[in-house]
Design a protein around this ligand. Structure first.
Ligand code: UTP
Length: 271
């Protein structure tokens, strides 16, 4: 059973400067909710109520959004604003934990900061930018794949078929085709940001993962080759022969809210 999720949101958000000088990009609104609330809702939709935010200094407003505010609740109760009150109480059952990433040394380094908090055999990792819109969200689809695999040691990656000229922007998965299921496939290779002509496929790894606890033991050792930057994909490459790694080609549309144009599109579609 997957009960825990890590949401790394320690990045600097340079593409949204100067806004992100004062306010984390994860708190940009879509309708009357911030982006980060949609990711927490994604966790709740699969029954995950233990959530660890990896933040950097100055991004404390992110967890604060989810903490109870008894004084405000008392005012709303007094004024008979029951609707607003129930919206505020939406996250009461969520256990929020916060760890800091002191230096931005990569997405894998961010996850590593939550290592001591992880208790379950498998943990969900949702990076702050990607939302999947469709009949099911990203985590619901990954979890369905995971339940079919039935192995706590397995990792499941979220895959999107992208135009070949974009492969230099993504980790690319080489999957073993099988005719039993068109969405879930075993991964036999991963390459970080290959040139289009070198890419083994056009299946890009996007920002949602289910990873086993063993990945946390590998992460510290994969930084050396990249000047100290620790990337999750490198840990999974290192584990390729030791654990089953699967890719799930999601159904739906991915919105990358980490880019200003992607954010505008998310507001148009979801706002
Ligand atoms: P990005 O590469 O998009 O970086 O990180 P960023 O800082 O968020 O945005 P830009 O590129 O400067 O505009 C992808 C995800 O990984 C997290 C980010 O918070 C984001 O959710 N991340 C990345 C960390 O938490 N720590 C890191 O060291 C790097």
């Amino acid at each position: 059973m997957i009960t825990q999720a890590i949401l790394p949101v320690a990045g600097l958000g340079t593409r949204f400067l100067p806004w992100t000088k004062a306010v984390p990009k994860e708190l940009l609104p879509i309708g009357n909710q911030p982006i980060i609330a949609l990711l927490v809702d994604e966790c709740l939709s699969v029954g995950i109520t233990d959530i660890c935010f990896v933040i950097s200094k100055g991004k404390e407003l992110i967890p604060q959004y989810f903490f109870a505010d008894p004084a405000l609740e008392a005012i709303l109760r007094k004024k008979g604003k029951g609707d607003l009150l129930s919206q505020l109480k939406r996250y009461d059952a969520v256990n929020i934990h916060v760890v800091y990433q002191e230096e931005q040394l990569g997405d894998g380094h961010a996850i590593l900061q939550a290592k001591d908090w992880v208790e379950s055999d498998t943990v969900a990792v949702l990076f702050g930018d990607d939302l999947i819109v469709g009949p099911e969200n990203g985590l619901q689809q990954l979890k369905r794949g995971f339940d079919r695999i039935g192995d706590d040691e397995a990792a499941v990656l979220c895959l999107e078929n992208i135009p070949r000229d974009l492969t230099p922007q993504y980790g690319i998965a080489d999957v073993i085709p099988d005719d039993t299921d068109d969405a879930l496939n075993r991964v036999r290779g991963l390459v970080e940001k290959p040139r289009p002509e070198d890419a083994p496929s056009t299946l890009a790894v996007v920002g949602k993962y289910l990873i086993p606890r063993s990945t946390f033991d590998i992460l510290p050792s994969v930084g050396a080759s990249h000047g100290g930057e620790i990337r999750l994909i490198d840990a999974l490459i290192a584990q390729m022969n030791d654990i089953p790694i699967f890719g799930y080609q999601f159904t739906g549309t991915r919105l990358d809210t980490g880019r200003p144009e992607g954010y505008k599109e998310a507001v148009r579609v979801l706002g």
